[in-house]
Design a protein around this ligand. Sequence first.
Ligand code: 13P
Length: 260
Amino acid sequence: MRALKQRPLLVMGNWKMHGDQAKVRALLRELCAAELSPGAPEIAVLPAFVHLADAVRVLKGGPIAWGAQDICRHPDGAHTGDVSAAMLVDYNCRFVLVGHSERRRSHGEGDALVAAKFKAARRAGLQPVLCLGEDLVQREAGRASQVVTRQLEAVLASCTPRDLRPVVLAYEPIWAIGSGAAAGAEQAQEMHALLRGCIAARGLEYARDTRILYGGSVCAENAAALFEMPDVDGVLVGGASLRAQEFLAICRAAAAFQAR
Ligand code: 13P
């Protein structure tokens, strides 16, 4: 444990496929009205594509950034239902998730596609957030490290050194997502240190700059313990990010940690 992080904390809310216009606008307004201290972490929300325009309208000029939950690997063209990197840039998105486990599972996204999406985002000037994580069967079989290392290496192998600065990863164990039972802080730390080690093998400067978020049942009660871990550089919050006051409490826990 150490008091100071080398990297600024990042608190990100993944709104997944929740809400309608009225609910999303109310959530945005509540976030926007919050007093965020100067020591606040970097904060971002990821609404569904159809709600991005509202996010831009409400959050523009304020401290909370926004982004998307997915991206198309292709720059443009006949790709029905997809959204390109350029479209996200046009909406001033800063971040985009790639390889979220819900897409890997329900859309059959494999490592090669995730790597292509990562590069598409990076080359358009977006910050991709590469999501990695093992399921319960893999963890119980003692294969968690092997699974996340494979997921990470698949992307690293296709990247140039320029693509790697700076990288944001999100370790999201599938068994913790939506379960109400987050990984323990020490358990998260162990996996984050492993992931940082993989990046370090490509150059220490990359490892130093890489932010690794933890995701999976993060809430106001468990966030502070996660921030204490030396390799936890923020959190990717699902369910709790739909409740403005709880999300803001997580942001405040990060600010309190950074103010020490
Ligand atoms: P929950 O916080 O609801 O477990 O979701 C985590 C997640 O998948 C964020 O991307």
